[in-house]
Every structure is written in C-alpha cells, then in structure tokens.
Design a protein around this ligand. Structure first.
Ligand code: SF4
Length: 798
C-alpha cells in the first residue's frame, strides 16, 4: 500500500449513521500506514468511539480478502481465482438462472453500509441488467418502520428532520429504545448538554442502560409494549388538557380518530400492559409538556417490532397532539443505525423504490428514472419482496443471489433458517472485504475495496450528505463494487451506463433524484468537499445545475494507476436526463403498479395521500428549503446566488403531504407475534454493545474491539438466574421455537426480571438471531427482532 496524500485526508468513519468526521494521516509506524486523527466536524466535534479510532485496522487485516475465490467442484472448497474467472462465473450463474427460471429467479441483496453511489448502481443493475424485481437490503431490518411512519405522518422520510445540534436546545427529549451510550457514544454529548441547559431526558428502555442512567426519568416497559406506552401518555395529555388545539386545527388532520384510540388506553390499563406505573406515566407527561419545546427520538427498540410502524406512529401522534412537529427545536426524529442507513434507503436498492426516494409504482417516477437510465419505463419491474421475504424465498422462487455489503447469516431473524435458504441456492455470489459467515457459503466471493480505499458519498442520520474520500491505494487484487457492477453488466450484455468513477455515478444520481422527495440535484462532490456536507433536499436552482464549479470533475478520486478503475468506461453511455422533467405524481399515467404489494409507497396499500407532492426544497412549493438564518446551521455558510443551501430543517412551514398538514394515524395496541406462555415463559430482546458493529464482520477482526467484547452473553436478572440455577459467567441455554443459543450469563439488576437480553453481533452457538421471530410489520415489513418468547436452561457441562 502507499498513501495517495501527504496531509491528513478528511473523511468519515465507516461504521454507524453518525458518520463522525475524522482525518486519515500517513503514519509509516503503524500497521497499514494510516492513523486516524481528529478533525473538526460539527456532528462529533473530533470525538470518536473505539470503533472509529480503530477503523483502519481492517484495511491491513491479515484476514481481509485480496483475491477472488471460486468454489471448485473437485474439492467443494473456495479456491483462489482470477478476476476474469470469478466475474465470468458470476455472469454465467446469474444468466443460467434467468434463462431457466426467468428474471425474478435472480435476487439481489444490498446493504445500508453501501455508499449512495453503490446503492444507486445496485438498484439500477437489478432492474436494468437483470430485469428482476427481487432486490432489497438489510436496511429493511434497521429503520424501515420509522421510515414508513414518517411517510404516513409527514409525507416524507428523513430520519432526523432537524440537525443534532437542535437537541441540546430543546426542553425535553423522550428517547425511545435507543442506547446511544453504546451505539453512538459521541452523540451522548447532545443529551448531556440538553441536561446542562436545564432540559430533561426521559429514556424508555426495558434495560437500565448506560444511556438510561443519564435520564431524569427511566421508563422500563415490557418489550413489545412501547405502542401502549405512547397511547397511555397521549391519553393523559388529553385528560389533563395539555393538547395544543390551535396547532392541531391548523397543521394536522385525523385527530378525532387518533384521540379516540388514545382514550381507549386509560392509564391503569397501560400500567397492566407495560409495567410502567401510573405515577411514572404522569411524571413523563409533566416533564414532556412543561417546556415550550420537546422532542421524541426513536431507534430500534420500538421500530423492530411486527407493529413497528404503528408504534412509531403512536409516538408521532404524541408529538403532534402537543404541537411539537414542524417547529424549531421540537419534533420527532429517528436515530438511523447503519452508516448509510439514510442514503441507502433513498437511491433504489429497496424493493419498492427508485432513486430520489421515488415510488416504484408511480408512473411519473418510473418515466423520469427510465429516461435518465435510457430505458423504456415499461421494462422496469414492479416492487419485489422485502428483505426477509426475499431471504425466505431463496432456493424456492429465487434460485440465484448477488449479495453486497451484508451478512444475513448473522443479522437476519430466524438466522438458522435463513442460513439454510442460502445453502439451498443454485448460485450465490458475495462481494465483501472479509470472508463473512455469508461469504463462506458462496460459490464466488469477490474481494472489494474498503471505505478509505475509495471515494463515495453517504448520508448521515440527519440527512446530511457527506463525502468519504480515498486516502490509500487498495491492495493488488481488490476492486471496487462499482467495478464489479460495470464488469457484470458488460458480461450480461449492457456495455454502457455503469461507470466505475464514483463521481460520475453521483452525477447521474443527481439527475435521477431531481424533483424527487430526496432531491440531490444541487449537490456536487465539489460542494461536499468545500462545505463538509449538505442537507437534502437540495435541488439545483433554476438556470444552474448545482453549485459553483459544477460540471467539472472534482478530481477527488483521480489516481492514474488505480487498479480498480476501468479505462474503457464510457460516460457517454449515461443518458443525459432532464432534472426538471418527470416530476412525480402524474395522475394521468396509466402504467400499472403492483396490486399485490403491501409495501409502503404502493398506491393500493391504503396509505393515505401522495407523499410525493408538495416537495420540500422545491423552490416553487413554499416548503422549507430556504435559509431563514434564525437557527444555527440554517442554510450553512455556502450560500451564493443560484445555489440552494440545502435544508437542515424540514416542515417548518408545511408538511410534505398533499394538503401540507401532518396526519394523525389512528393506532391501537396489540400483542407481540409471540407472547410468553408455559413452555416459553421469558421475553428475549436483542441489541448491540459498544465495541461491536452490526454482524461484527469487520469489528470482530479488530484486536482491541474483540478484547473488549469477545463474545455474546445472556443478560438476566438475579431473580431469573436464581430460578434456573445459573450463576454469573456460567453458560446458559436459551431456547425459542426457532432454535437454541448458548452463551455465558451476565447477571444484573439492570434488566426486568421477565426479560433477557442478547447482543446479536456473533455467529455460532451464541447467535442471538437463531432465536428471533421473523413476524413482519404489515406496512414496513420489519421483522420482530425486539421481542419473542424463550425459555432458559442451565447448560449441561461437557
Ligand atoms: Fe462515530 Fe459511529 Fe464511527 Fe463510533 S462507529 S466513531 S459513533 S460514526
């Protein structure tokens, strides 16, 4: 390896959705030659967690992949191969399935860690090259319930519709199902500053986590009852006369039905369902309603449930009834988890979606994107299966799979079943940086570049589009994901339209997103480099195509000897498109949608209205998008004639619904898909620990992180431990209807006596997702990771 720049390269952490800013400096004394250095970036202000500090270690890891692997018939093992051989084999495998079983027999599975360019390229590859509808990604397992609830209530999904810097200035935050102290440690300071400023913090979590320790009030509901808790709080808000009637009248619709649903959940009933006492409910309402401004922030706790969309909707109803959404320093937001969880859901790797967060079933959206792609709109497939449904169909309707940036053997619910489905495929190709548990099952494994070896953009949990820059040349034998798509497209008969230069892909993404809900058309690499991030929506202003210097290559990824670039790549193969044409919502088109789909965005799903109308950021819409200059960060500093400043805060004037009003959605509590019974009497909930990230594919290979968190554990209350006769540190067996897991007991009073917790970062006998339930939310198709019934047994000694 050699360093391509002498001074520290400004970039961002490869892991979570905070996307902390960092610098990468040349340091010959370190293994791999790169050192992480502090740099000023407003989100993390120089702070990094242990994962970010050690992120360079995976670049030079002994176990990273540096040559393609092909499973040979002779040995049945993965053996080294050339890139030509590996790509030919994949093209042949996918082609054969398509010829024998049709295009929908080929599946594509992406990831929320892929850059915007890769997510865009993967979605285009699936629909244009393979012609398959069967594409989804692991982000479905992350924040899809919050995204669907956002769409229903506000007409637009951006995880946080305000920047993180607003949090310390509000009066009260209810943090629901988020353990920021472990998942995003640098973000904890926003809560610390909130309390230093006199604000209050309420944490809702079945466990007394390190984050809950910081709270003024900790509510510990039974897993799976967050919806009832929110309804109980709304009941009290109404009963105590704390609703904002003027706001409800002027800025919302649907209050009467939502109010009726809440009034059916009186406090004593909610206490029985949730285990949260009536005095605690009253105290929460008092703290939340006392200040002028307040926020509710949710994360995976309420979202990863088979009623996740309604659960988030219940919390949004609380925010709306108290007049807190679409106002400065107030509102509802989702703390997205994966590194590009926000951008990854905007650019077309979802089963139901086209770039720019457009609906795949919207005829005008199809026409616009098809024009950019240079294809017939009629040729674009309709919506496919959601992530779990796609994995469940492997070996059945779906015979071959191309997978990038995901490790479902560890991260999918009912993981042993999913592993079996993967093994039953006719053909599996995986692109990854290490031989993950999923890659180990593949017929072909492609070694691809990592974050610091390639340039690309991500979009953090605030909707801030960021530039990750290449700081080091990848090892010989490694190629980029964009190169893989380019080469496979060519082998499958599509010679043009899949450039390997990320900036070229981004330029096309800008055109494809223009006029859509997530409009990136005014954002360029040059702007991202100069401004250190731009919030979408950011439309190109009339008479321009973006920012100053637009149209010129920024040169950010220019490396003449780049082995991952393809000199034959032809940018002229990308149709020009028209950023001002093809606006969504054309009611005159007669292109059919998929009448069977229940995915959000399907016009037949019964979801109200058309969220693509009245787009924020549209200069003509009157929606926020213009800087008011009244709030810190409003509009950024790069505001010049003809350049849209980006949109840090949404909905200040109107929501992105047809009538500009936020929608109350009537919701009611319902039981989890699997409640405890005599055979499985204990609740299981799952989550993360600070030293590991997601399926652990990268972080389990970092010595410091592995030493800090070497394996799974079963967290349980002393009462429960005594009942089954297990001591702290002894192995305990956890059994659900899906399988069995074994891990050491961690006995603690910080968890409810009726609940056990397992982190999900590991494979093998301690794999938490062996146990989890694949019941799906009917709107978002989110699996029920956060609650299922188990029994505990002492593990027999060997
Ligand atoms: Fe920041 Fe998340 Fe990276 Fe930690 S893992 S340094 S919190 S981006």
């Amino acid at each position: 390896m050699h360093i391509t720049t002498a001074s520290p390269t400004p970039t961002h952490c490869p892991y979570c959705a905070l996307q902390c800013g960092m610098g990468l400096a040349q340091d010959p004394g370190r293994d791999g030659g790169l050192a992480v250095v502090e740099r000023a970036f407003p989100v993390n202000r120089g702070a990094l967690c242990g994962k970010g500090r050690t992120a360079t270690e995976v670049l030079s890891s002994r176990v990273r992949l540096t040559e393609p692997l092909i499973r040979t018939h002779a040995t049945g093992r993965l053996e080294p191969a050339t890139w030509e051989e590996a790509l030919d084999r994949i093209a042949e495998g996918l082609s054969r399935t398509r010829a024998e079983h049709g295009p929908d027999a080929v599946g594509v599975f992406g990831g929320g860690g892929l850059t915007n360019e890769k997510a865009y390229g993967l979605g285009k590859f699936a629909r244009v090259v393979l012609g398959t509808s069967q594409i989804d990604y692991n982000g479905r397992f992350c924040m899809s319930s919050a995204a669907a609830a956002h769409q229903r209530a506000f007409g637009l999904d951006r995880g946080l519709p305000f920047p993180l810097e607003d949090i310390p200035q509000t009066g009260c935050v209810i943090l629901v199902g988020s353990n920021l102290a472990e998942t995003m440690p640098p973000a904890l300071r926003y809560l610390t500053e909130l309390r230093e400023n006199g604000g209050t913090l309420i944490v809702v979590d079945p466990r007394r986590t390190r984050t809950a320790e910081q709270a003024d009030l900790h509510l510990a509901p039974r897993p799976g009852t967050d919806l009832a808790l929110a309804l109980g709080l709304l009941h009290l808000v109404v009963a105590e006369g704390r609703t904002d009637e003027a706001y409800i009248r002027e800025r919302t619709s649907g209050w009467a039905q939502a109010r009726a649903g809440a009034m059916a959940h009186w406090p004593e009933l909610v206490e029985r369902i949730t285990g949260v006492s009536v005095p605690e409910l009253r105290e929460a309402v008092r703290l939340f309603c006392a200040p002028e401004n307040a926020m509710v922030l949710t994360a995976r706790g309420p979202e990863q449930q088979s009623k996740g969309t309604d659960t988030v909707g219940a919390w949004i109803n609380l925010v709306l009834a108290t007049g807190r959404a679409g106002r400065p320093l107030s509102g509802y937001g989702c703390l997205t988890g994966q590194g590009n969880g926000q951008g990854g859901r905007e650019h077309g790797q979802k089963a139901d979606q086209l770039p720019g967060y457009r609906k795949l079933t919207d005829p005008a959206a199809r026409a616009h994107v098809a024009e950019v792609w240079g294809v017939d709109p009629e040729s674009l497939p309709g919506p496919g299966r959601s992530a779990y449904e796609l994995l469940d169909a492997l070996g059945g309707d779906v015979r071959s799979l191309l997978l990038m940036g995901s490790n479902p053997v560890v991260s999918a619910p009912r993981a042993a079943h999913v592993e079996g489905r993967l093994r039953s495929l006719d053909f599996l190709a995986v692109a990854d940086v290490v031989l993950s548990e999923t890659a180990a099952l593949a017929d072909v494994v492609l070694p691809v570049t990592q974050w610091a070896e390639e340039t690309g953009t991500t979009t953090n949990l605030e909707g801030r589009v960021l530039l990750r820059r290449r700081a080091i040349t990848p090892p010989d034998g490694v190629r980029t994901d964009l190169f893989v798509l380019h080469e496979l497209a060519a082998r499958l008969g599509v010679e043009k339209g899949f450039p390997t230069d990320p900036e070229e892909v981004f330029e096309e993404l800008r055109r494809a997103s223009a006029g859509g809900p997530a409009d990136y058309s005014g954002i360029t690499y040059r702007r991202l480099a100069e401004e250190d991030g731009v919030f979408w929506p950011c439309p190109a202003q009339a008479g321009t195509d973006g920012a100053s210097g637009d149209g010129e290559d920024s040169g950010l990824d220019a490396t003449p000897d780049d082995p991952a670039s393809d000199p034959a790549d032809d940018p002229e193969g990308v149709p020009a498109g028209d950023p001002t044409s093809g606006l969504p919502g054309d009611p005159t088109s007669e292109l059919p949608g998929d009448p069977t789909s229940e995915l959000p965005g399907d016009p037949t799903s019964g979801l109200p209205g058309d969220p693509t109308s009245g787009l924020p950021g549209d200069p003509a819409s009157g929606l926020p998008g213009e800087p008011s200059g009244e709030l810190p960060g409003e509009g950024g500093e790069f505001v010049s004639a003809g350049v849209h400043p980006g949109t840090p805060r949404l909905f200040l004037d109107r929501f992105a619904t047809e009538d500009g009003r936020a929608r109350f959605v009537p919701v009611t509590h319902r039981a989890a898909a699997e409640e405890p019974d005599a055979e499985f009497p204990v609740l299981l909930t799952t989550g993360r620990v600070v030293a590991q990230y997601q399926s652990g594919a990268q972080t389990r290979r970092v010595a410091e992180l592995n030493a800090a968190a070497p394996g799974p554990f079963v967290e349980l209350h002393p009462q429960l431990a005594a009942r089954i006769g297990v001591a702290d540190g002894e192995d305990v067996t956890v059994v659900s209807r899906r399988g069995t897991a074994v891990a050491p007991a961690k006995v603690t009073r910080t968890i409810r006596p009726d609940t056990v917790f397992m982190p999900f970062h590991w494979a093998g006998e301690g794999r938490a997702n062996t146990l989890t339930h694949p019941a799906l939310d009917p709107v978002s198709r989110m699996p029920e990771f956060k609650v299922c019934a188990v029994r505990l047994e002492r593990t027999a000694s060997a």
